[in-house]
Design a protein around this ligand. Structure first.
Ligand code: SAM
Length: 291
């Protein structure tokens, strides 16, 4: 979606706030736009936030462990299509991550999760019902670019590391939190850019949250976005329009929302199954000019 978003990025913000940070796609853009911005990130997923914290505060342990795992996977017999040896090693590691994790420090555990997430099928978050920890199936584990679509390609750590080091540097000035979005720092900051990217309506992901992200949750967030944020702040709210008019009233009733953008996309919807055509929605509340 970044190609659609890029021309719309705000300028001149002092603070960037991302209460549903996930993999941090927009944080990267915000930092590119204003490297001096004070940034606050949050996610209810404490394991994902653990990766950010390890990269920020526990770099040496994190780096050493990720490097060790990649080295080990490269000692396994050379890649054939859908490499079975690497897959077996992935599942063994996933088992340890779920049942034998107390042997690792927090930084090491975060490193294991980073490896599993990078190499699982399509890089998507899935938890085990038994442990509530990450437990998605393995990706292709192939070095071949041809298999990229089935999941992240098995990229050598030497190629990933420079990017992670950049994250390590960039995160030094970022405030990192885990919990409900309402407790995220910076939400009342003036002259900020707040990016609200909660779970999408109609989707199959519950992000490990009992009952998932409900319409009541979404309404509360929308109300916050349009009526409770600092007037000098630009607020973005992204979600999916599943054709039931859910966002229409809010858009019509709130003159604050000056921009709505709709982008065609393909998603796995609960109702229609994989690759249903749907609309990505971006609501933008621009800062109000002082009179
Ligand atoms: C659509 S994803 C965000 C994707 C993110 N913008 C990215 O670039 O990867 C939604 C995120 O919201 C998180 N989440 C779900 N409920 C939450 C809540 N009540 N408070 C904070 N985060 C929540 C999920 O863990 C998930 O990471």
């Amino acid at each position: 979606m970044q190609k659609h978003y890029k021309p719309l990025y705000p300028v001149g913000f002092d603070t960037y706030v991302d209460p549903f940070v996930g993999s941090g796609g927009m944080l990267v853009q915000a930092l590119k736009k204003n490297p001096q911005a004070t940034c606050y990130i949050n996610d209810s997923n404490k394991y994902i936030i653990g990766i950010y914290e390890a990269i920020k505060n526990n770099w040496d342990a994190f780096d050493k462990k990720v490097s060790e795992i990649y080295d080990y996977f490269y000692t396994l017999p050379p890649t054939e299509v859908c490499n079975k040896t690497r897959k077996a090693a992935y599942y063994k590691l996933r088992e340890e991550y779920n049942y034998d994790y107390s042997k690792w420090t927090d930084g090491e555990g975060a490193a294991i999760l980073f490896f599993l997430l990078r190499n699982c099928f399509r890089g998507v978050w899935h938890t085990s019902k038994k442990t509530s920890r990450f437990s998605h199936t393995c990706g292709t584990m192939s070095d071949s670019k041809k298999f990229y679509k089935g999941g992240a390609r098995f990229i050598p750590y030497v190629d990933l590391r420079p990017n992670l080091l950049q994250w390590h540097k960039a995160l030094q000035t970022v405030y990192i939190q885990t919990g409900d979005w309402k407790n995220c720092g910076g939400l009342d900051a003036p002259n900020a850019w707040i990016y609200l990217d909660p779970p999408y309506r109609g989707g199959t992901m519950d992000y490990g949250q009992e009952g998932g992200w409900t319409d009541a949750n979404q309404k509360e967030l929308l109300e916050f976005a349009v009526n409770k944020t600092n007037p000098s702040t630009e607020v973005w709210l992204s979600n999916r329009d599943i054709g039931d008019g859910f966002f229409d009233d809010a858009i019509q009733q709130n003159s604050y929302i000056v921009d709505t953008h709709k982008f065609a996309s393909k998603f796995h919807l609960k109702t229609t199954g994989p690759y249903a055509k749907c609309i990505e929605l971006l609501l933008i509340k621009k800062p109000q000019q002082a009179t």
